[in-house]
Design a binder for this molecule. Sequence first.
Ligand SMILES: [Zn+2]
Length: 206
Amino acid sequence: MLESLGIEHGFGLRDAERVLPPGLLYPRQVHGAHVLRVPPLSPEAQADALVTDVPSVAVGVFTADCVPVLLADPQGRGVATVHAGWRGSALRVAEVAARTLAEALRCRPEALVAAIGPHIGPCCYEVDEPVRAAISDDSVFTGSDRAGHYRLNLFRLNHRHLLDAGLRPERIDRVEGCTACDGTRFYSYRREGHTGRLPHYIRCPA
Ligand SMILES: [Zn+2]
């Protein structure tokens, strides 16, 4: 949907750091739910989502298993980018970002469009009891062979949070791919440990 609206954006693959758009603004990510409106963005600023309504400004996040979410107003008046791992998802960072973008544009959240990018799927994402306890939605967990462990569906969780913010399901796209399954295309913290980061960005139209 972002393509058809002509809004420049990208979900990065391995080695995409080398082709980052010039002037990209990205935060120091801390697995929280703090959303910043930019510019300006100080180098020390900590956040897990950026919102901008300044024409031509590009905002980004970096991930290696966490969920990247891009948001835009269909008229191109503003965009947002979100980094959501389990901690940020437990804090509903995607919902907070969608609400912040709608407030910044004085529009209703159901007007917004979103895309959820590649991240670690429930096929590979086993979590333990503290993670389950931090997330109130039982429907995003399925059983695991290991006692005291569960498989977490981060797509379903973030999709739910965007719906809770007021987005319409037909305006939420998904770019498929499990970062842990597909080592040729993606970096994965779970699979590789210390590794690179996939860059994702969206640019506010000029
Ligand atoms: Zn997988």
